[in-house]
Design a protein around this ligand. Structure first.
Ligand code: SF4
Length: 194
């Protein structure tokens, strides 16, 4: 007997439950078939991703459909039942992943609040990167320690700390560490040490 995967089982269960439930309520089977045919993600493209929120790394499936004008519409994001990490489940935070793309409250550009200001303003990514680079340089210049109190050469930047996020890949973590150590940082921390 062929092995029934979790994904196939869930699909069969969904179709079977719909038909049986409707029959019990007095609807005919043809109506039940119509319900499964109108399944919202039927025919949608499946793309796989990973939840960005924490180091558990739950796997996601994003369902998209191409519009007539060539744009792409996101229909649904849910846990990937084939993942050994989350087996289709998501915590409440991960279950809101779709809002990362669709929320009307999503911030779509860098926001800047000037010193002393009471409001935020949109700035470009170039402006943001220039400000960050300038502040890193200023802080490094102001706090760089070439020698410690005993005369040992240390060449360290004590005025900047760096905190990495759990969504870092191994490569991003390695790259960030290299850059920060190159600037002389000694205060490096990571949300998840995995
Ligand atoms: S779904 Fe929840 S537990 Fe899983 S990675 Fe996202 S935030 Fe972490």
């Amino acid at each position: 007997m062929p092995e029934l995967t979790r994904r196939a089982f869930l699909k069969l269960s969904a179709a079977g439950t719909g038909a049986a439930g409707l029959t019990a309520l007095g609807f005919d089977t043809a109506s039940a078939v119509q319900v499964t045919q109108n399944f919202r993600i039927a025919g949608a493209r499946e793309s796989h991703s990973v939840c960005p929120y924490c180091a558990v790394g739950c796997a996601l499936v994003a369902y998209t459909q191409d519009n007539a004008d060539g744009s792409r519409r996101l229909l649904q994001i849910e846990g990937n039942p084939d993942s050994p990490v989350n087996e289709g489940r998501l915590c409440p935070k991960g279950a809101t992943a779709m809002q990362l793309a669709t929320s009307a409250r999503r911030v779509e550009s860098p926001m800047y609040r000037a010193p002393g200001s009471d409001h935020w303003q949109k700035i470009t990514w170039d402006d943001l990167l220039n400000k960050l680079a300038q502040r890193i340089k200023d802080a490094r210049d102001a706090t760089f320690v070439a020698q410690d109190g005993s005369g040992n050469t240390v060449n360290r930047t004590e005025g900047i700390a760096f905190a990495g996020g759990a969504a870092f890949s191994s490569e991003e973590g390695y790259f960030a560490t290299k850059v920060m150590r190159g600037l002389g940082l000694v205060h490096l921390e990571q949300q998840a040490r995995v």
